[in-house]
Design a protein around this ligand. Structure first.
Ligand code: B4P
Length: 315
């Protein structure tokens, strides 16, 4: 049984698609196993033809048009306090939504309590599929639009461990919620924390939204602070770009040092274990080089001498 939110998303999606206001991008999936994790590579050749942010139909010149202000009414799902919830115009997975600030804010800003509350609202209101929420923060994070926006994407329900990174999280179930740790299986610096189901359950009466969003914000900020402390201690410049991922049970943050590895542009979904490639050459490149090597190439390698001593990596 779909919620009102899901009905609204589906109706808007179908109407926008029929009217040619939204593009569904065909893709195929190749699986690749490294370090016992089955990763997913999504091959979407027609995306290579998508106009870039600098050159859209509305703005063929070199100045950037903001697609979220004004936003396309055909993609509008609903308002939620300081945000509008829009459908992604170029979706690889149907019903992929964007949570966009009503007032312009920079994509390099920290998430605030209202951002996290709206991301959580979209996740909780999507009951017929599992979802992952993410934020591509900063210019090296794989983001293409500078107006602050978070994203929530449905995941195929037939995948047992979805997203693929869930295939390893069960090994870390002894971690106390709130403790920050990392996966020894991954070669790049990242920080993970498990969420406490008690704190997220509906047992907080009328204060539910406030209590949950405060809890999510505390956990998000403690990941950001741990990342920043690690970089300060290593005397490297703070990364101002990172990817943030959130499911119903965990959060993860991955600092970025590069936007692309070769031709491959990586966003948060790459670190969920779902990498996107746009040509046969890119697909072959990832298979030859190794997917973890691609991710390590745009993140911070755990092997970097200066980092290994200074960034606290607990397992
Ligand atoms: P950004 O944060 O700026 O960047 P992004 O998600 O990496 O998207 P990008 O635009 O760079 O897309 P890419 O070709 O790599 O997000 C901007 C968002 O706004 C995007 O979702 C974009 O599609 C959307 N958008 C642009 N103009 C819009 C408009 N006028 N109205 C509404 N929305 C608009 O990748 C294409 C898509 O595939 C992205 O959505 C990406 O998130 C998704 N994707 C990546 N990996 C995937 C995977 N493994 N499986 C499924 N989908 C995947």
């Amino acid at each position: 049984m779909q919620t009102n939110f899901e009905n609204k998303v589906t109706e808007t999606y179908e109407r926008a698609f029929r009217r040619g206001e939204l593009y569904f991008v065909e893709s195929t999936i190749a699986n690749i196993t490294e370090n016992d994790i089955e990763f997913e590579i999504r091959f979407a050749p027609s995306l290579a033809k998508k106009p870039t942010a600098e050159q859209t139909e509305e703005s063929p010149l070199k100045h950037k048009a903001d697609p979220f202000a004004p936003y396309n009414q055909e993609l509008f799902v609903q308002e939620f306090e300081n945000h509008v919830i829009l459908l992604n115009k170029f979706c690889v997975v149907p019903n992929h939504v964007l949570v966009v600030t009503k007032e312009y804010e920079e994509q390099s800003n920290l998430l605030n309590q209202e951002d996290l509350a709206t991301m959580w609202y979209c996740m909780m209101q999507t009951k017929s599929q599992s979802t992952i929420a993410f934020y591509n923060c900063g210019s090296l994070s794989g983001s293409s639009q500078p107006h602050k926006h978070m994203q929530v994407i449905p995941l195929p329900s037939n995948v047992r461990f979805s997203p693929p990174i869930n295939a390893i999280i069960y090994k870390y179930q002894n971690k106390v919620p709130g403790e920050i740790f990392n996966f020894s299986e991954l070669p790049y610096v990242h920080y993970v924390t498990l969420l406490d189901p008690q704190q997220l359950s509906g047992h907080h009466g009328h204060n539910y939204k406030e209590t949950v969003s405060q809890y999510l914000t505390e956990n998000y900020l403690s990941l950001v602070n741990t990342m920043a402390e690690g970089f300060r201690a290593s005397s490297l410049t703070d990364p101002f770009s990172y990817n943030f991922l959130m499911t119903h049970t965990w959060m993860m943050i991955v600092p970025r040092r590069g936007e692309k590895y070769g031709q491959i542009s990586v966003n948060s979904l790459g670190f969920a274990g779902m990498l996107l490639v746009k040509s046969e050459e890119e697909l072959e490149f990832v298979k030859n080089v190794g997917l973890l090597r691609v991710l390590e190439g745009v993140a911070v390698s755990k092997d970097k001498d200066q980092l290994i001593d200074n960034i606290h990596i607990s397992v």
